[in-house]
Design a protein around this ligand. Structure first.
Ligand code: HOZ
Length: 432
């Protein structure tokens, strides 16, 4: 069943004449999966419609923020009301403290939080702050973890870099990454080795506690506790990059789910309710180094933007009010979906490993467990590409890369899950 792609093709051609690759962010170009990228006309609830009128069940969720689905009434009303009063002031508004209060109530180890406009800004600033606090130069990140596109972090990064199959980015002088140590994820020994080699020189360890940017890859049992113990011993700042996992795997993020608390936390995605927001936060002792209180400079005209604050507040209030039912419901439906498709793949004799934490998941096309970048990169990306195209033709929109997590929202239904499993049967050429 082929989709109609006439309008999307026309739009792609027009965009390509003016925008590199016709896209505002590289993975959207569908280079890794082939076929025509649908130009999205609108979204509602769990569904998307493209410019040709094709309807999809959406598991991209704008790469994670849309935990309440597309265009939830509370968020649309909050943005509309805010817009009537002005769209940007470059001055303080009451809603910044409202959003801060909601973040702090969910993340007890955050005493103070600073809002920025993207996850990239959040991680870049948190690292600058960790260096200011420790007065050390080196940073540790993990292979396959992506923390935005700041120069020093584009080292063995996952996400688009992994999708494109390139080692890093052109335009980043080697000197800019000389203090970045990229170690294997889920490997405590490698971390101990780095601390021995760079004694008293490592400012911070930054980690996605559930990696989402090499596909979904959870930390193995005890790994986060080891990171915490080692960084405490070494007086190094531990940063949890919870841009994807914050308010997603639990209301209080991965740190609540696993009971391990970092020094600094970075947030994004859900806290903007679909609008551009990022944040970094932690104890006052560290956060008070941020300007204007302290010497660590960071600023932004659109930081604390009224529309973004309104969308964030509306989203977090809805999550807070429904969290007792909402997170168990996400868990149950996501398990049905992820295990359902994995069973279909098994019946069809297709090698697949399903990784999932709550409503964040990836179907890897490999028979071996995926625990780090090395094992993720063994996935058959051509098989993933065929699956992706077939699912799209059968009305299911997945992230267009093996190395990006997919997400289920609070408005997906049992019926959506059944339809998705039927689509997978068709994709694997089984009788539905
Ligand atoms: N690599 C980004 C998500 N992990 C993609 C964002 C986008 O293309 O919008």
């Amino acid at each position: 069943m082929a989709r109609c792609v006439e309008q999307s093709r026309k739009l792609q051609k027009r965009a390509e004449s003016m925008i590199p690759g016709g896209v505002s962010s590289p993975v959207r170009a569908f280079g890794a999966v082939g076929g025509d990228q649908p130009f999205i006309a609108r979204g509602n609830g769990p569904h998307l419609w493209d410019a040709d009128g094709n309807q999809y069940i959406d598991y991209l969720g704008s790469w994670g923020p849309l935990i309440l689905g597309h265009a939830p009434q509370v968020v649309v009303e909050a943005i509309t009301a805010a817009a009537r009063n002005g769209t940007s002031f470059g001055a303080s508004i009451a809603q910044e403290a409202d959003l801060a209060e909601l973040v702090i109530s969910a993340f007890p180890h955050i005493q103070k939080v600073r809002f920025v406009s993207s996850g990239t800004e959040a991680t870049m600033s948190a690292i600058r702050l960790a260096r200011a606090y420790t007065k050390r130069k080196y940073i540790v990140k993990f292979e396959g973890c992506y923390h935005g596109h700041a120069d020093a972090l584009l080292v063995k990064a996952g996400s688009g870099i992994a999708t494109l199959g390139i080692p890093g980015s052109a335009g980043v002088p080697q000197e800019f990454t000389q203090f970045t140590l990229a170690l294997p994820f889920n490997d405590t020994e490698a971390l101990e080795h780095a601390f021995n080699k760079f004694k008293h020189q490592i400012a911070c360890v930054i980690v996605e506690p559930v990696a989402g940017n090499m596909g979904c890859v959870p930390a193995s049992g005890g790994y986060l506790a080891s990171l915490r113990a080692i960084t405490q011993r070494e007086k190094t700042v531990l940063i949890f990059d919870e841009v994807m996992t914050g308010f997603r795997v639990a209301f209080g993020g991965a740190q609540e789910l696993y009971g391990i608390h970092p020094d600094l936390t970075t947030l994004g995605k859900i806290i903007g309710g679909g609008l551009p927001v990022g944040a970094y936060g932690g104890p006052s002792e560290i956060m008070d180094l941020v300007a204007p209180l302290g010497p660590m400079y960071q600023a932004g005209t659109l930081s604390g933007n009224p529309l973004a604050m309104a969308a964030g507040v509306a989203t977090l209030q809805a999550l807070r009010d429904k969290k007792a039912e909402l997170y168990p419901q996400l868990e149950k439906l996501s398990a049905e979906l992820v295990d359902g498709v994995a069973t279909i793949a098994k019946d069809a004799g297709i090698a697949m490993r399903a990784n999932r934490v709550g409503s964040m998941f990836t179907w890897f096309f490999t028979s071996d467990a995926v625990t780090d970048w090395n094992s993720a990169s063994k996935s058959d990306t051509q098989a993933f590409a065929r699956f992706h195209r077939a699912m799209l033709d059968n009305g299911v929109y997945l992230p267009p890369s093996q190395y990006e997590a997919a997400f289920l929202s609070a408005v997906h239904t049992e019926e959506n899950v059944r339809q998705t499993i039927t689509a997978a049967k068709r994709a694997f050429a089984l009788k539905s």
